[in-house]
Design a protein around this ligand. Sequence first.
Ligand SMILES: Cc1cc2nc3c(=O)[nH]c(=O)nc-3n(C[C@H](O)[C@H](O)[C@H](O)COP(=O)(O)OP(=O)(O)OC[C@H]3O[C@@H](n4cnc5c(N)ncnc54)[C@H](O)[C@@H]3O)c2cc1C
Length: 480
Amino acid sequence: MENATYDVVVIGAGPVGENVADRVVQGGLTAAVVERELVGGECSYWACMPTKALLRSASALRAARRLPGAREAVTGDLDAAAVLRRRDSFASNWSDDRQVSWLDSAGIALYRGQGRISSDRGVEVQVGEDGPTVSLTARRAVVVATGSSALIPDVTGIREAAPWTSREAAVASEVPARLAVIGGGVVASEMATAFASLGSVVTVLARDGVLPLAEPFVGERVTQSLGEAGVSVRLGAEATSVHRDGDGTVHLTLTDGEQVEADELLVATGRTPNTQDIGLDRIGLKPGAWLTVDDTLRVVDEDGALVGDGWLYAAGDVNRRALLTHQGKYQARAVGDVIVVRAKGEAVEDGRWGRHVATADERAVPQVVFTDPEVASVGLTAAAAEAAGLRIRVVDYDLAAVAGSALHAEGYQGNARMVVDEDRQVIVGCTLVGPDVAELLHAATIAVVGEVPLDRLWHAVPAFPTVSEVWLRLLEAYGR
Ligand SMILES: Cc1cc2nc3c(=O)[nH]c(=O)nc-3n(C[C@H](O)[C@H](O)[C@H](O)COP(=O)(O)OP(=O)(O)OC[C@H]3O[C@@H](n4cnc5c(N)ncnc54)[C@H](O)[C@@H]3O)c2cc1C
C-alpha cells in the first residue's frame, strides 16, 4: 500500500475543497485533495455552470423582446440545439483537464478515488472499485468537502421510474416534449424556466409553493410568470405514486387522484450530504449525517465536543450552513487560513466577522435565482427576522416606479423590499425581484455585511437613471 503524508488532506475537490487546498498551500503548508469524480465538483459540471448556461440565452432573448426596436430585430425562436452546445462548453465538456492542471500549477497533489477517514488524521483512498489503496496522513488537518447529492423523496415507484435529478436535467442532450417537476424550490423553478424556454410543456408540482423560503411576493411573481410562459404550476400538489410505462411515459398520481403524464420527471426536493461512505463511523460520527461545525468550521459531535483535538474540518454543502458555491468558497478561505495560523501557532481571529470565521453564513447569505424574473436576496426575510426576535420595519417599493427600470425594459415589473433592524438602524435583509436584478445584489450585500447605518446610506447616491435608484426610493419610503 502506498503511503504519503501532507500537512492537510482534503476529501472532495469541488469548488470548496480546491479553495481550501489552495489557501493552505499559499500559507506555506502542503496539501493533497482526494476526488472520486471530476475535479471542480458539482458546480462546474452538473449544477451552477451548466444550469445557468441553459437559462442565459432565453433570458437575453426575453430582454430583447421587451424593447421596441430590438424586438423587431428578433426574427426567430430560441435555438435549443445551440443552447445545449453552449451549455456543453460551460461544463468544459465534462473534462476536468484544466482543473487538474490548475491543481498542478498550484502545487496541490491529487488522488483520484473514494476517500474515507480511516483513523485520527488518516485518510484511505480507494482507486477504482478494486484498485489499490493509498494511505494518506495529515499532519495538521483533514477537511471534508464532499458536498451534497439530490434527495429522492419517498414516493411509491419513484426510483423504478428512473427520474431525472438536477444532474440529468443539467446535462440533458434532448429537450423532453413534456417535463413534470416535483418541487418548488430553486432548482425546480430554474429548471422549469429553462425547459419551458427550450420547448418543453412543463408541469410543476409545488406542494409547499414556489420559492417558499423567500419573501411572499417572490413566489407570486415567479408563479405568475411561469404561468405566462406556459408552465402549469400546481400549488399544493403532491405526487403519491409514480410509474414509467413501457413506452417511457411517466404517470404521476396526485393526492387528489388526478393523473399527470410526462416524458421525463425531474425530482427537485432538496439535498442530502455526501457522508454515507466517508468513514465517519471510524471516528464515532453517524454516516449519512450533515456535519456540524464550530465557528472556525471544525467538526463537532452531537454533544458539541470537538472531534479529537480539532483535526477535522468540514466546509461547503456538507456542513449545511449555506448550500451555495460562493458561500462554500468563503468558508474555504476561512478554513484554509485558520489551519495555517494554527499550524504556525499564530493568533486565531475567531470573533464575529473575524478572519477565521464564516460570520456571513448566519445572516448575510446572498443568493440569486435565475428565473424570469430574477430573484436576488441577501440576509433575512421579514418572517425570518421576526422569528429571530428582531424589532423590524419592512419597507417595500415598486421597482417599476424607478426611472431606470422603465428604461431597462418596457412593462418592467418588480418589487424591492428592505428589512430594517429598528434598534440598530441597519438593513438586515433585502429582496429584489424583477428582470436583471442579479447585478443589483452586491450593493445590498455590502449594506448588510457592513451594517451600514441608514443615515450613512443616504450618502451612497445611486446613479441616474439606473435600476439601483431603488435604493434612494427605499430610503425615502423609510423616511429621514
Ligand atoms: C442544479 C443546481 C444548481 C446550482 N446552482 C448554483 C448557483 O447558480 N450558484 C451557487 O452558488 N450555487 C449553486 N448550486 C449549489 C452548488 O452547486 C453547491 O453549493 C456547490 O457545488 C458546493 O460545493 P462543494 O465543494 O461543497 O461540493 P461539491 O461541488 O458537491 O463537490 C464535492 C466533491 O467531493 C467529491 N466527493 C464526495 N465524496 C467523496 C469521497 N468520499 N471521496 C472523494 N471525493 C468525494 C465529489 O465527487 C465532488 O466532486 C447549485 C446546485 C444545484 C444542484
